[in-house]
Design a protein around this ligand. Structure first.
Ligand SMILES: NC(=O)c1ccc[n+]([C@@H]2O[C@H](COP(=O)([O-])OP(=O)(O)OC[C@H]3O[C@@H](n4cnc5c(N)ncnc54)[C@H](O)[C@@H]3O)[C@@H](O)[C@H]2O)c1
Length: 253
């Protein structure tokens, strides 16, 4: 119960990793603010959290809009009085196309969600954490934030930028007792029937990528979420400004 009565705000809460982390945090006693642009999807999975209604709040927000970000922070403070931990995770992938073919409007859309959305979350959550004199933040990227992947120029660029944002935030936040880290995960497939097992849904692309992963398989959302919980928790009290790869070893090459 590392998170007993700790207030944890999660953006992208309806996604694969957001859902997994919400379940693990609920089981460890957290109070949850679940933010996503897809309200119905959050409502649907929140019924499976097995916690009392007063222990979580569901907030619809588009993380690219400053007013929405301010509103999700205000609503969380109004409900729970503080924000102890922040999982800054909403993102979009964009499309696959070579750099020379990449649509400019798609580039802007990806940068808006992944970079501006992450920045706005940091800005307004850190204001509250500074007042409290403590806090822990985890941004999410991907190993693509460390690499020059193929045909994903907007996604890769945005993830490199979030690593930069993490370093600046970690540097500025440290004197206020706030830690900021970033999770760089490899490929994740949905949980299987059992949350500890990878999904059996595999296509040719997944089979091919698994051959290149030293651990010879993709991750489950729970395997990513468990590392996020470590970074958010006091177990990581001396960890800040770190880039945590959770990738089955793929970045060894
Ligand atoms: N799934 C993978 O294989 C994988 C691999 C590496 C890194 N990651 C990273 O992990 C993080 C989470 O990934 P995921 O697999 O859970 O993604 P996902 O697509 O399942 O979930 C992303 C969530 O963000 C929400 N979102 C998108 N735009 C938004 C906006 N403007 N405002 C508010 N919410 C918005 C979506 O509605 C969705 O619920 C991302 O940063 C992603 O880049 C994922």
């Amino acid at each position: 119960m590392r998170f007993k009565n700790k207030v944890v705000l999660i953006t992208g809460a309806a996604g694969k990793i957001g859902t997994a982390i919400a379940h693990l945090l609920a089981a460890e006693g957290a109070l949850l603010a679940l933010v996503d642009v897809k309200l119905d999807a959050v409502k649907k999975f929140s019924t499976e959290l097995k916690i009392d209604d007063e222990r979580f709040i569901i907030l619809k927000a588009d993380v690219t809009k400053e007013s929405d970000v301010k509103a999700y922070v205000v609503a969380t403070i109004e409900k729970f009085g503080r924000i102890d931990c922040f999982f800054n995770n909403a993102d979009i992938d964009g499309k696959k196309a070579s750099l020379t073919d990449y649509p400019v409007e798609m580039f802007e859309a990806v940068m808006n969600v992944n970079v501006k959305g992450t920045f706005l979350g940091l800005k307004y959550v850190m204001i509250e954490m500074k007042k409290a004199g403590k806090g822990s933040i985890v941004n999410t990227v991907s190993i693509e934030g460390l690499l020059g992947g193929h045909c994903m120029v907007a996604y890769n660029t945005s993830k490199h930028a979030v690593i930069g944002l993490t370093k600046v935030a970690a540097n500025e936040a440290a004197e206020f007792g706030i830690r900021v880290n970033v999770l760089a995960q490899g490929k994740v497939l949905p949980n299987g029937n059992n949350a500890e097992e990878p999904s059996k849904q595999k296509d040719d692309e997944n089979e091919a990528s698994e051959i290149r992963i030293p651990l010879r398989r993709t991750a489950t959302p729970n395997e990513i979420a468990k590392v996020a919980l470590f970074l958010l928790s006091d177990d990581a009290s001396y960890v800040t400004n770190s880039i945590y790869t959770v990738d089955g070893g793929i970045t060894v090459f």
